[in-house]
Design a protein around this ligand. Structure first.
Ligand code: AGP
Length: 613
């Protein structure tokens, strides 16, 4: 998810664009750049935050009333000065910024190279501007027509802004699956941005572009919108009244809630291009790169911290059940200091949203030194862990701003599920029918997560009852035991209520002494294979006056008669349960924290990335 902005009008473009990029930095911040036209195309781009770009540009006097800016969240190509946007065409006549993914960029790039084009970056965006150039040159076309024809060749998601140096009174934009807003200023000013945050201080009149629409903003001629077949569209002008900080959060009160609701999309993004229900396959590039060594490993060791450690525990169940490879899950901070026994027959997987957690990084370096193959499962493209591992897979969850990890957790679990299935299929440790059944079901997960989110209002009511609790217990079995740990972590880190996660069967070995009418017990009871057992665990709690909130498969009438509160989630294959059973726990912790007046996005004492030991 990147931030893009464009401006055409009578004012100096540079200050408007820089200010707008700072408003958009929450969307991505690994590199940024600007392009201003004043006869020449002045392009400046820099790895780092927008302030690094400002420093870099500081000695240049950039004047011009037409320009664009981009703050990047890398998907193709590591964050550096070359891969940063904007990108120029080969003839230095055109410049583009882009938010999205061009899925067929590789084949287009090969064709363009056969036509003599040369590329400087690793990005899909640079391919697109060369394609627009090729089409424009061949047909001697106006820029908006060249853009339209090029986009008809493209598969993927995009929000783009394009400037043609030889057409200095025009700004062209287009969108498909990535947001793009047109701002209509008062004195013939026009703005373009990924959302309204950079626009609202200049105007509250906006037009939200729809998919396959192309906008042409022309000085003194105004706004024209056409579809991909060149049919003119009547722009619908909205009046916005949201405040800026609300806009950054997409209308949600906190980034954490926005990110909880992004999960159907972020899980789909994680799976995009990595599986096919129709053809029945799952493919992870990182696994294919080292297939033999991974499939013949003696052991898989997972090192991580916090929530990422919880997704590692889920991976232990997934990989051992499906791929039959022994798995050990280690707290990175412990692993790195206990002189572990590691051999070249081991695979060490590091799981990390930030890719910068000091303990996880150190554990990885130790594993590399001892000859293990290292694999990274990371969200931030080009982060330290992504760079030092022998192979890896990005979870493509987009920037996670809330300190409490939500969409990164489900992104990690999604990736690990794909990994377990990919290895299992390579090793033949599950039948073809089982494999195809699971590949088909995993494609249903995003919409089942969407369904699980529908319990939000009910969960908010339940939260009212428990917002003043001082302790809480989370119980789960099998795949849901790590989910119980994750639910407890969510509650304690944002509401400051002490909470513990336990295997449900472990109650009788001590924790049951804690149970009384003041102890809410959250039980994740979706297991089909151990349903009777978890029913009896709940009865043990009830017998001691415990109050039970049960997360169950929809239609579980048995539990409905026993528990005090029931939260239903859609049924799915047992290995995929964590992706659904965690959703109510995220919402429960969120609402309780809000009711307790806590700062949900920046809880006390915590940082988003623990880069110190
Ligand atoms: C989770 O909600 C916490 N923010 C924290 O436990 C986090 O998961 C942990 O610090 C690991 O971070 P990483 O995934 O970036 O390595």
């Amino acid at each position: 998810m990147c931030g893009i902005i464009g401006y055409i009008g009578k004012r100096e473009a540079y200050p408007i664009i820089i200010k707008g990029l700072k408003r958009l930095e929450y969307r991505g911040y690994d590199s940024s750049g600007v392009a201003i036209l004043n006869g020449e195309l002045n392009v400046y781009k820099k790895k780092g935050k927008v302030n690094d770009l400002v420093e870099f540009v500081s000695d240049s006097n950039i004047s011009g009333t037409l320009g664009m800016g981009h703050t990047r969240w890398a998907t193709h190509g590591v964050p550096d000065d070359i891969n940063a946007h904007p990108h120029l065409s080969g003839n230095n006549r055109l410049v583009i910024i882009h938010n999205g993914i061009i899925e067929n960029y590789a084949s287009i790039k090969l064709w363009l190279e056969s036509q003599g084009h040369e590329f400087t970056s690793e990005t899909d965006t640079e391919v697109l501007i060369h394609l627009i150039e090729e089409i424009q040159e061949k047909g001697q076309l106006p820029i908006e027509e060249a853009v339209r024809l090029a986009l008809n060749e493209v598969v993927g998601a995009y929000a783009i802004v394009v400037i043609d140096r030889l057409d200095p009174n025009k700004l062209v934009a287009a969108r498909k699956s990535s947001p793009l807003v047109v701002g209509i200023g008062k004195d013939n000013d026009y703005f373009l941005a990924s959302d309204a945050t950079p626009i609202v201080e200049y105007t509250n009149q906006v037009v939200y572009l729809d998919d396959d629409e192309i906008a042409v903003l022309e000085r003194d001629k105004g706004l024209r919108i056409m579809d991909k077949d060149k049919v003119d569209k009547m722009p619908f002008i909205h009046e916005i009244d949201m405040k800026i900080e609300e806009l950054e959060k997409g209308g949600y009160d906190y980034f954490m809630l926005k990110e909880i609701y992004e999960q159907p999309k972020s899980i789909a993004e994680c799976m995009r291009g990595r599986f096919s229900t129709e053809e029945g396959w799952i493919r992870l590039g990182g696994i294919l790169q080292h297939k033999n060594r991974i499939c013949n490993a003696d052991r898989i060791i997972i090192v991580a911290c916090g929530t990422s450690w919880h997704s590692g525990l889920i991976a232990e169940y997934l990989i051992e059940e499906l791929a039959r490879i022994p798995v050990e899950v280690e707290y990175a901070s412990e692993f790195r200091y206990r002189n572990p026994i590691i051999s070249e027959k081991d695979i060490v997987i590091a799981i990390s949203q930030s890719g910068e957690t000091a303990d996880t990084l150190a554990a990885l370096e130790l594993a590399k030194k001892k000859g293990a193959l290292t694999y990274g499962i990371v969200n931030v493209v080009g982060s330290s862990i992504a760079r030092i591992t022998d192979a890896g897979s990005y979870i493509h969850a987009g920037p996670e701003i809330g300190v409490a990890s939500t969409k990164a957790f489900t992104g990690q679990v999604t990736l690990l599920t794909l990994m377990a299935l990919h290895i299992a299929n390579e090793k033949g440790t599950i039948s073809r029918s089982k494999y195809h059944e699971l590949v088909a079901e995993i494609g249903n997960i995003p919409k089942k997560v969407q369904k699980a989110l529908e319990s939000n209002e009910q969960i908010k009511l339940i939260s009212e009852k428990f917002k003043d609790a001082e302790n809480a217990l989370y119980l789960g079995r099998g795949y849901n035991f790590p989910v119980a740990l994750e639910g407890a972590l969510k509650l304690k880190e944002i509401s400051y209520i002490h909470a513990e996660g336990y295997p449900a069967a472990e109650m009788k070995h001590g924790p049951i002494a804690l149970i009384d009418e003041n102890m809410p017990v959250v039980v994740i009871a979706t297991n089909k294979s151990a349903h009777e057992k978890i029913i009896s665990n709940v009865q043990e709690v009830k017998a001691r006056k415990g109050v039970v909130i049960a997360v169950v498969n929809e239609g579980d009438e048995v539990m409905a008669r026993i528990a005090d509160y029931i939260i239903e989630i859609p049924t799915t294959a047992e290995p995929f349960t964590p992706l659904l059973s965690v959703i109510p726990l995220q919402l429960l912790s969120y609402h309780i924290a809000v009711m307790r007046g806590c700062n949900v996005d920046q809880p006390r004492n915590l940082a988003k990335s623990v880069t110190v030991e």
